[in-house]
Design a protein around this ligand. Structure first.
Ligand code: 5AD
Ligand code: SF4
Length: 443
């Protein structure tokens, strides 16, 4: 049958959707090019903030049109909103026939078969499993050069604002030998770059679900795999960033010089209320240690404005840390109450107008830093992993798109008619755009 998967949210969801697509294709289903050709849809949802959750509901409104056109069309809703709303989706939307949470994902291919065999059936897969939910791989013979590998599920931190521990459950590490085996299978199919994924990768192994392998040791094991060219990981929590992991940036050959280290706020009061378990000074110390181990490291972060009780002084502290660190880029959000989290009860709430104003100031400052950081690359050389042809093309000039070792997007002038996807080429940077670099291949 023809289907489409529509994905919201984080890289965990993106990676779950890739796995599901491979599993469904192995069952003989085919991805529909157009929405109105699809016979069923899988919506992989995100509830981390209010906005992505609202998008799920407007998408379901749009899919209702497909169902009204053809009542055989149905929708499976998965991911964090599904875990949270549960069977409410089955009751509210006649065309939703399956809900599944993050741990239920592995059972979706077989559940789908049952739905196709029994056209009145509706199913829910919402239980949390005790252990990391093992899943078989259905890898095609060749793959894009970049891949994600899950190393854990869930989170134990319960930051005051965050719904993740409720929707993805407690932290469950995946066995190191299974992770290494998946990496080997990916490399055998042409993957050059692997990003290890988890809600809080630095606490890998600290949950009685894996053998005694620390995150730093796991990095070492994967870094040594023959054929792998690049290794990355996300997301890290500052409180769990060990000196072993920091030293990995110096000692490991394939580990890329880039780190996403969510700061959330620069104010000690707000960090305390958020339950982040580090303060401004400790965060800045980490940055200094990382830069000592790896002077060129690309630093990115997540920031939030308008957490309950955030004063102008607290906000100024966030701007201060941004200036002290000089992040290469950041994701920034207005705080929103999520159902059941501790901060939903915290006062005073910050007005929408103040949140909007603070976010604008913060994002303008980030834009300046991003440009400054990109401009500092001009004239320097780096290796780029080519992901495919660039959108930018010109008469008699071929541009390819890839990423540098720090993860920045680079458009490369490289006049060749042969497919360069998956190749690593040396490039000299020639121009900085707003969010990307341009460069020329050095051959
Ligand atoms: N409101 C706004 N932003 C949030 N995030 C998580 N929960 C909330 C919330 N309730 C942000 C954090 C996190 C990122 C994935 O989403 O910055 O790092
Ligand atoms: Fe949420 Fe905090 Fe866990 Fe990140 S570390 S997923 S912000 S609870």
């Amino acid at each position: 049958m023809k289907y489409q998967i529509l994905t919201f949210g984080c890289q965990m969801n993106v990676s779950d959707s890739i796995w599901l697509e491979q599993a469904l294709n192995a069952q003989g289903h085919v991805v529909a090019e157009q929405e109105d050709e699809a016979e069923f849809f899988i919506v992989n949802t995100c509830s981390v903030r209010e906005k992505p959750e609202q998008k799920v509901y407007s998408l379901l409104g749009r899919l209702r049109d497909q169902y009204e056109r053809n009542p055989a069309v149905f929708v499976c809703v998965g991911g964090c909103v599904a875990q949270q709303v549960g069977t409410g989706f089955l009751e509210r939307f006649p065309f939703v026939r399956l809900v599944f949470g993050p741990d239920g994902l592995v059972m979706v291919p077989s559940a789908l078969q049952r739905l196709l065999d029994h056209d009145k059936l509706k199913l829910s897969l919402l239980d949390f499993s005790e252990h990391y939910p093992q899943r078989d791989n259905y890898l095609p013979d060749t793959l894009p050069p970049q891949a994600y590998v899950n190393i854990m599920q869930g989170c134990n931190n319960f930051c005051a604002y965050c719904i993740v521990p409720y929707t993805r459950g407690r932290q469950k590490s995946r066995a190191a030998q299974d992770i290494v085996q998946e990496c080997q299978e990916l490399i055998a199919r042409g993957v050059k770059e692997i990003t290890l994924l988890g809600q809080n990768v630095n606490s890998y192994g600290q949950d009685n679900h894996a053998e005694d392998v620390t995150f730093a040791q796991l990095l070492e094991l994967i870094d040594a795999l023959p054929g792998l060219k690049r290794l990355r990981f996300t997301t890290s929590h500052p409180k769990d960033m060990s000196s072993d992991v920091i030293n990995s940036f110096k000692s490991l050959h394939n580990l890329c010089p880039s780190l996403h280290l969510p700061l959330q706020s620069g104010s000690d009061n707000i960090l305390k209320a958020m339950g982040r378990k580090y303060n401004q000074k400790q965060y800045l110390n980490l940055i200094d240690m990382l830069r000592e181990a790896c002077p060129d490291i690309t630093m990115t972060t997540d920031l939030m404005v308008g957490f309950p009780g955030e004063t102008d002084g607290d906000f100024q502290d966030t701007l201060h840390v941004m200036n002290r660190v000089g992040f290469d880029s950041s994701f920034s959000f207005k705080y929103s109450d999520r159902p059941g989290v501790r901060s939903a009860q915290m006062e005073p709430k910050i007005s929408e107008a103040v949140k909007t104003e603070r976010l604008q100031i913060l994002q303008k400052l980030q834009e300046d830093w991003t440009l400054k950081k990109l401009q500092s690359r001009i004239g320097r050389k780096d290796e780029i992993l080519i992901e495919g042809l660039s959108k930018k093309q010109a008469p008699e000039a071929v541009f390819w798109k890839g990423r540098d070792s720090g993860g920045r997007v680079v458009n490369i002038l490289f006049n060749t008619s042969e497919d360069q996807t998956g190749r690593i080429v040396e490039v000299i940077f020639t121009r900085a755009k707003k969010h990307s670099l341009e460069g020329e291949a050095l051959l």
